[in-house]
Design a binder for this molecule. Structure first.
Ligand SMILES: *Cc1c(COP(=O)(O)O)cnc(C)c1O
Length: 465
């Protein structure tokens, strides 16, 4: 332990009194599914009414249970129900909700100081996080980082940095890509509904090219990359491209895993033409796919990496990490923000990273992935609406189609998700056509709950077909 803390660059030894473990969430919460009311229960329904009256309608909800506590593989609601969590708050709490090391470091930090603004008077935990990012992200070159609040903000800054470094403007993105909801990132995001509809005009100099989507295009990685590169060369011109921004496995777009060779070919093209290769690892990063980062799988070394979601065990933090000479291109004062790299969020990140290291959560993600893949593949043999099983590590999905075709079936996808919710299993949908069920359990999910969740899913197919 002492050695790991040293490796993370800690200078303080922290003693935190443990609270009454039965009263907290976190890992001490009983690891069981338990339904004592229908879903949502009466207390959640009452809160939902207040919510409807006071929260803007545009903020949607997947599953209207109000949370009381959460930890390990479960979410406990205000009615006393305990649900199995296959969503991790959208790939955020990989280390589990209220993870012990996160809680300890946050409590220690929040009692020392809550905010000074790193750009006014700096503090150590920000530097600690940047050092950890430099060590953990792909490649052994000299790296620097800048910290922000949200994934979208990190992506925007990666574009700013790329433009500053290259003196070029064009940004290349992909079909089915998702990069956020701010103005620039709406332009980068592919899907109109619900992310963009009625919210334009969007930022200019954004160009979209086809993704490698093996289930639908059947192309080898190199051929799919060539198809994208030809379009860039013809329609944009290599000399105008500031950066290529890509999710190494697409998240919101449908957990689309590009064919082998696709990412390396794009990275090569960027190296040859001077464009910055930006890997958006906001959903795939921090052990989710069974490696620290999804790019590690094919040894792709991006110039810049954007991270958020899983980085800080649930606190809002995001980063851009990359080649020192690219990161240093913007003028002094050109990057920043009031809250970027907030000390409490940084302390949480150090606790989350420590948890990933001490519990080897990358290995855990791989074993979760093996269980899910074999169970889902076996389900696909019996339920002919399951057209494709894909993903990597603890980031798995199934694409639902009209039997015997590759046409999307969003209706059955929604019905299966609702049947799971009613049985106390939190699952999320995604995909350009809304026909993908995705599974993102916390990496600390106990085996028996993983198994039970998959059984609920299996039964949901039987009950909806
Ligand atoms: C969630 C996500 C974002 C946006 O992150 P926010 O924190 O919601 O702004 C960007 N890129 C990818 C790949 C994501 O999954």
């Amino acid at each position: 332990m002492a050695q790991e803390l040293f490796a993370l660059g800690f200078r303080h030894s922290i003693v935190v009194p443990m609270t009454d473990s039965t009263a907290s969430g976190g890992p001490s919460l009983p690891q069981e599914r338990r339904l004592v009311t229908s879903i949502p229960g009466p207390r959640s329904q009452a809160l939902l009414e207040r919510r409807t009256a006071s929260v803007a309608a545009g903020v949607g909800i997947t599953l209207p249970v109000f949370v009381e506590r959460a930890g390990g593989g479960v979410i406990a609601d205000v009615d006393g129900n305990s649900l199995i969590d296959f969503g991790s708050g959208i790939a955020v709490v990989g280390v589990g909700n209220a993870a012990e090391a996160v809680v300890a470091r946050v409590q220690e930090q929040v009692a020392r100081f809550t905010h000074t603004c790193f750009m006014v008077t700096p503090y150590d935990v920000y530097v600690d996080v940047c050092e950890a990012l430099g060590r953990l992200t792909p490649g052994h070159h000299e790296k620097k980082s800048a910290l922000f609040n949200s994934g979208a903000e990190a992506v925007e800054n990666a574009v700013k940095i790329s433009r500053s470094h290259t003196g070029r403007q064009a940004v290349v993105v992909f079909d089915h890509g998702y990069h956020g909801r701010t103005n620039l990132t709406m332009a980068l995001t592919a899907k109109n509904m619900p992310y963009k509809h009625g919210f334009g005009p969007f930022a200019p100099e954004v160009y979209r090219v086809p993704m490698s989507y093996p289930f639908h295009d059947g192309l080898e990685g190199a051929a799919a990359a060539q198809r994208a590169i030809d379009l860039i060369d013809k329609q944009v011109g290599a000399a105008n491209v500031a950066c290529v921004v890509i999710e190494p496995i697409q998240g919101e777009g449908g957990f689309i895993v590009p064919a082998p060779g696709f990412l390396p070919a794009l990275a090569d093209w960027c190296r040859q033409t001077g464009a910055v290769f930006v890997a958006d690892e906001i959903q795939t990063g921090f052990c989710r796919t069974g490696d620290w980062f999804a790019c590690d799988d094919e040894n792709v070394v991006p110039d810049l990496v954007t991270t958020a979601k899983g980085i800080a065990g649930g606190l809002p933090l995001a980063a851009v990490t990359g080649r020192a000479e690219i990161m240093d291109a913007p003028h002094v004062g050109g990057l920043g923000g009031t809250y970027g790299g907030n000390p409490v969020a940084c302390a949480a990140a150090l606790g989350a990273i420590e948890t990933m290291q001490t519990h080897d959560l990358a290995a855990r993600a791989r074993s979760i992935g093996e269980v899910m893949r074999s169970r889902l593949t076996e389900m696909a043999d019996r339920h002919d609406v399951i057209g494709d099983v894909r993903g990597r590590g603890a980031m798995m999905a199934i694409e639902l189609v009209r039997p015997g075709t590759r046409e999307p079936d969003a209706a059955v996808t929604g019905a299966v998700a609702r049947a799971c919710h009613a049985e106390g299993l939190v699952v999320l949908t995604c995909g350009t056509y809304g026909n993908v069920l995705r599974f993102l359990p916390p990496l600390v999910m106990p085996d028996h709950l993983l198994d039970e969740g998959l059984t609920i899913l299996d039964k949901a197919f039987a009950s909806t077909s």
